[in-house]
Design a protein around this ligand. Structure first.
Ligand code: ADP
Ligand code: MG
Length: 367
């Protein structure tokens, strides 16, 4: 657990970067600090490992006041990842990852072995270990940065906008893998970003900071979206917060209808060739998994892949309101397809019923 108690940083020159910050980052969880540029995120992060000394206040790690610890020792026990990877350009990837273990006095063999394992763990091929940082893509360099921070298996990780410099697709992949890794490792992580979507996706809890380094709100992503404490937080979350908040709301008992289907590769039964509101017919594969919609009135022979209207996401039955709404609105029939854990069709929900459920949910309707 990392706790800030009334921590202030005034830089020489008079800027108050952090002003009386108190918060707790619980053990084994991801705490995200988010806020506009210049609100003191980096300063707060670097005060944890004492790359920056607080002007006043206390920071404790597991009850020990960091001011009483040796700075270098403290830093070796804390993983630190920054935006552009921060790799040493003239060391190989493997040696970059092994940096802290070597500083800790591990043998070269052991340090290299651990470095190779980590390379694999962050999803990089072993042969990349012999390359130099400038021979890797930005996304690969970030993975190496994460591997290096993990090398000595520190209980605490500090991450300063680690995924901000890569394109959105790669960023999404890095975020997913980071969450997967954290689910295995359970580190105590303080993660800094200016991107509210990233904060909501990654944080177990999110601290929204204002310029001046004061805490506007500390809450879980769901509570933040459902109940921003003031206009600053609401604006920062953006206009679509109500919609995004739906991702955290389990769908209440939505009325699920049985959906008539036709199996791919078989002809449409005459009984299903009805017009009117049954214009669309759902197609499933041999295992009962939905594959797309067809307009049966237009078809003669067996249903083929070419007949499928592929629009439409599927939602897990019992999933969130947002996934149910996405499924309903993206289907040409406006009936959202729900599937079980095995991927088979459970039934469909009508967009109208999902919207009605959203209106009944506290905080679900947005503002
Ligand atoms: P963020 O990471 O949220 O963008 P920073 O912690 O980097 O914010 O900076 C917070 C404030 O402190 C800003 O106004 C910044 O200009 C100022 N600042 C940061 N580092 C220094 C420094 N070394 N000397 C003086 N002012 C600084
Ligand atoms: Mg910063």
């Amino acid at each position: 657990m990392i706790s800030f108690t009334d921590v202030t940083k005034v830089y020489p020159g008079g800027t108050t970067a952090v002003g009386g910050l108190s918060l707790v980052a619980p053990t084994g969880r991801i705490t995200v600090l988010v806020g506009p540029s210049g609100c003191g995120k980096t300063t707060s992060l670097r005060m944890i490992n004492r790359m920056i000394e607080p002007t006043s206040g206390t920071i404790e790690i597991d009850g020990r006041d960091t001011a009483t610890l040796d700075g270098n020792e403290l830093r070796r026990g804390i993983g630190y990842v920054i935006q552009s990877g921060g790799l040493f350009p003239h060391r190989t990837i493997l040696d970059n990852i092994a940096t802290v273990p070597l500083l800790l006095g591990w043998s070269r063999t052991k340090a290299r072995t651990v470095a190779s394992e980590l390379l694999e763990r962050v999803g990089l091929a072993p042969e990349l270990g012999r390359r130099y940082p400038n021979q890797l893509s930005g996304g690969q360099q970030q993975r190496v940065g994460v591997a290096r921070a993990l090398a000595a298996d520190p209980p605490v990780m500090l991450m300063d906008e680690p995924f901000s410099a890569v394109d959105p697709v790669v960023r999404g992949q890095l975020q997913e893998e980071f969450l997967r890794l954290q689910s295995e490792l359970g580190k105590t992580i303080v993660f800094v970003t200016h991107d509210i979507d990233e904060a909501i996706k990654l944080g177990d809890q999110v601290a929204v900071l204002r310029v001046g380094g004061t805490l506007a709100q500390l809450a879980s992503p769901a509570d933040l979206l459902a109940d921003p404490v003031d206009d600053f937080v609401a604006d920062f979350l953006g206009r679509d917060r109500g919609y995004r908040g739906l991702a955290f709301q389990a769908a209440p008992a939505l009325p699920v209808s049985a959906e008539p289907t036709v199996v791919l590769g078989t002809p449409v039964p005459d009984a299903r060739r009805v017009a009117g509101d049954q214009r669309w017919l759902l197609v499933v594969d041999g295992a009962g998994a939905p594959v797309g919609w067809i307009e049966p009135a237009r078809l003669t022979g067996p249903v083929s892949h070419a007949d499928l209207h592929r629009g439409g996401t599927v939602a897990p039955a019992g999933g969130s309101l947002r996934s149910a709404l996405d499924a309903a609105l993206s289907a040409p029939s406006r009936r959202g397809v729900l599937v079980g854990d095995d991927g088979r069709l459970v039934g469909t929900v009508r967009a109208h019923d999902v919207l009605t459920a959203i209106e009944r949910e506290p905080g679900g309707g947005g503002s």
